[in-house]
Every structure is written in structure tokens, then in C-alpha cells.
Design a protein around this ligand. Structure first.
Ligand SMILES: *Cc1c(COP(=O)(O)O)cnc(C)c1O
Length: 412
């Protein structure tokens, strides 16, 4: 049990005690970790699950009849059920465990290579992470389908009128992230899904950046595919999920061939296993999958409403303080955002600022955030991105602001 579940109120100091890494210092200064959009930190409850797995029941799953293998299989399948419940999928077998968002997207895109044909159209948004652009370009190249892009406004908001104009009876697939990792904007995915379904197109939503802050309900959204990574929501790296509607996953060809994904193998013909195993070739990240379940349990014990309320307060505070420094340009300074501030200081290179604030113990991301088309759109080399989590504090924001102020003075 973590500290929150015990007293059921949000106490950030108690929460911080769950994260051992938050105690360390960097360059002689206390760590201020504001790069949660790249990866989040891991609570002790999840670390304990990882240690327990390797200390007590490390074994391959779905294979052995021996006790350890059964224990590992049970825990792994239990994790799948935790993930199913969290995303409200109808069936546990609609949750495919992958190595992360990137693999989940590639799994679907690779399958569609053979389902798409010349004349078909695929739509992606201008706000995508490279991992949601490149696999579709590859799928279009092979199949002869055409890739179209939903444009965005100068505020970093998707142009839904233009989107509606792009959709027609040739549209087969639409891809969009739930929250932009570069800007933090929450996209109107309900509308995007509804409009796509009017012409029978399927929709994949990349939830990698949304899931640390929002609890999506895949049935209520009526989304066709939804993907996420554990490491952005307090879990380990190298594990993630793909939700897909049963009939769509059944229609999709397998992604990789190997052990675990087969039913019968002969040299003449192989028949595939049913869901979810058809898409889970080879030995998976067993420990990672189990720890993913533990991470979801940890976050749910705090509660996503509580998390959002607290993070919004932090975001508002940080935005105000940052603007007060002057010469600051915030990209997508809108209300519908998770706790991300992507900004630049007039005349200064984001990389130089990132380097100086790191010396002061503050971890932020600088660069194009795997979303070069967004940077091209704003005609900038990149931004400084401070991305917050529920374990960040106002005091940390103050240190961050002071560090940016110092960098600004040194560089101007
Ligand atoms: C992080 C991220 C990805 C890639 O996730 P991986 O875990 O590296 O596969 C994809 N899309 C978005 C929006 C992200 O934030």
C-alpha cells in the first residue's frame, strides 16, 4: 500500500516518499525532475514488484507445468486484467502486451500494410510523435495508400473543420495522439473518432502522453485501437499495451512470427494462436508486464481526478511564474492541456538554457521532442519542455523558474 491509499488525501510530501530517486542530488543540487514527458519515475511499490519477481518466481510463462512458471503466468495474466479494467476494455484478450507505444503502433501499421490498397487514404494529425508518423508512411508506401495530415493552428490546436473536410469514403484509418507530447495539448479525440466512424474509418489513438494524467475509457470513446507505454505512468521501460476491438485484432495479420503465437506448426502451413497470443511472439517482458499492472494500481490508488486537480494547479502556477520572467513564448498556451509547458526565450537557443538549468539540478527536455513537423510549423529548432507529474511541488517550480531566470541572465 502506498502512503496515499492509507489516508486518502493528497499529500505531496507523503507521495514523494514513495519515490526513492526524488531524494538524490544532481550536480550538488537537489534533483528537480521535470522531464516526466520523456519518462516518469518509479514508486517503491513498483520497484518492490520487480525485485519480488526476480527474487521469487522468475520463470517463463504459458509454457512450463512447474510451479514457478504457473505463478509467473498467473501474475502476468493478472496484470493484463488490471490493464483491461483500467482502460475498460470488454475482454482481457483485447489487451496486447508490447514493448511500448512504438511497438504497439508498428504492430497495427504493419498489419494494415496488407489490408490497405491503392486509392485508400490514411489521416494523421500535424501534432504527432515520429512514432505515429513513420510507421504510417511505411504502410502507405507499401500499400499505395495516400497519407493526409490534419493541420493545426498557431495555438497548437488541431483544425477540426479542416479535418472534417479531409474525411471521405476513401478514408480507412485515422491516427492521432490523445495528448501531444511536444505541447501537452489534449486533442478532441471524441470528435475525431465520431467523424471517422461516419465513413467507416478506423481510429488509433496514441495515449502515451495522456495516460499519466487521464484515465481513458475505450468503450465509451468507442475507439478502435488505443496504445500506451508503462514507463510514462510510473512503470518500467520496455513494456506497453495495445488495445484493439476484438474483431479488428482478429482481422489483423500477425506482427512477428515465433514461439507463443502459434497454434499448429508444420512446414506446409502454420495456424495462429487466438488473441492475445497471436500478437505476443517470443518471451515477453514478463516482469515488466507485472510491474505495469502494479504501476496502474499505484496511480489508481491516488486517483486520476485528484492527480488532474493537483497538476492543473501546478501548471497554472508554473505558467504564470514563467510568463512573469518576460520574453517568454509558450507554445499552445491553452486551457485544454496536461501539465506540460513547452517554451522558448526570445533570442536564446533552447539547448543552452537546458544545459544551464541542468547544472542547477533541474531536468527538462530540450529539442524537437520527436515531433520535428511541429517545430518546422513554428519555424523553431526546438523548445524547452517542462513536463510535470503529481509528485512535483510548487517549491520545485520556484527552483525551476529561478534556474531559467539565471540562464536568461547569463545568456543575454
Ligand atoms: C513517448 C511517446 C511515444 C513513444 O513511446 P515509447 O515508449 O518510446 O515507445 C509515442 N507517442 C507519444 C505521444 C509519446 O509521448
Amino acid at each position: 500500500m502506498n502512503s496515499v491509499a492509507k489516508n486518502n488525501t493528497f499529500n505531496v510530501e507523503a507521495i514523494r516518499k514513495d519515490f526513492p530517486i526524488l531524494n538524490r542530488s544532481v550536480n550538488g543540487k537537489p534533483l528537480v525532475y521535470l522531464d516526466n514527458g520523456a519518462t516518469s519515475q518509479t514508486p517503491q511499490a513498483v520497484i518492490d514488484v520487480i525485485v519480488d519477481y526476480y527474487s521469487n518466481y522468475n520463470a517463463n510463462i504459458h509454457r512450463g507445468v512447474h510451479t514457478l512458471s504457473q505463478e509467473a503466468t498467473d501474475k502476468y495474466e493478472e496484470a493484463r486484467k488490471i490493464i483491461q479494467a483500467h482502460f475498460n476494455a470488454k475482454h482481457a484478450y483485447e489487451i496486447i502486451l508490447t514493448s511500448g507505444t512504438t511497438q504497439s503502433i508498428n504492430l497495427v501499421a504493419s498489419g494494415y500494410k496488407s489490408l490497405l490498397k491503392k486509392g485508400d487514404e490514411v489521416i494523421v494529425s500535424a501534432l504527432e510523435h515520429h512514432s505515429n508518423i513513420v510507421p504510417w508512411q511505411m504502410a502507405c508506401e507499401v500499400s499505395g495508400a495516400t497519407l493526409k495530415v490534419i493541420p493545426m493552428t498557431q495555438d497548437g490546436i488541431l483544425d477540426i473543420t479542416a479535418y472534417k473536410a479531409l474525411i471521405n469514403e476513401n478514408t480507412k484509418l485515422v491516427f492521432c495522439n490523445h495528448v501531444s507530447n511536444a505541447l501537452g495539448v489534449i486533442n478532441p479525440i471524441e470528435t475525431i473518432i465520431k467523424e471517422a466512424h461516419k465513413v467507416g474509418a478506423k481510429v488509433l489513438i496514441d495515449g502515451a502522453q495522456a495516460c499519466p494524467h487521464i484515465k481513458p475509457d475505450v468503450q465509451e470513446l468507442d475507439v478502435d485501437f488505443y496504445v500506451a507505454s508503462a514507463h510514462k505512468m510510473c512503470g518500467p521501460t520496455g513494456v506497453g499495451m495495445l488495445y484493439g476491438k476484438e474483431e479488428l485484432l482478429n482481422a489483423l495479420p500477425p506482427y512477428q512470427g515465433g514461439g507463443e503465437m502459434i497454434d499448429q506448426v508444420t512446414f506446409e502451413k502454420t495456424t495462429y494462436a487466438g488473441l492475445p497470443h497471436k500478437f505476443e511472439a517470443g518471451t515477453p517482458n514478463i516482469c515488466g508486464g507485472i510491474a505495469f499492472g502494479a504501476a496502474i494500481n499505484y496511480m489508481n490508488a491516488i486517483g486520476f481526478t485528484t492527480i488532474a486537480t493537483y497538476e492543473n494547479e501546478l501548471l497554472e502556477y508554473a505558467t504564470e511564474q514563467l510568463k512573469a520572467l518576460g520574453d517568454v513564448k509558450i507554445y499552445a498556451d491553452t486551457k485544454d492541456k496536461t501539465a506540460v509547458i513547452s517554451f522558448n526565450i526570445e533570442g536564446l537557443h533552447p539547448y543552452d538554457i537546458g544545459t544551464i538549468v541542468d547544472k542547477l539540478g533541474v531536468a527538462v527536455r530540450t529539442g524537437h521532442h520527436c515531433a520535428q513537423p511541429i517545430m518546422d510549423f513554428f519555424k523553431i529548432p526546438g523548445t524547452i519542455r517542462a513536463s510535470l507529474m503529481f509528485y512535483n511541488t510548487k517549491e520545485e517550480i520556484d527552483i525551476f523558474i529561478k534556474a531559467v531566470k539565471r540562464a536568461k541572465m547569463m545568456l543575454s
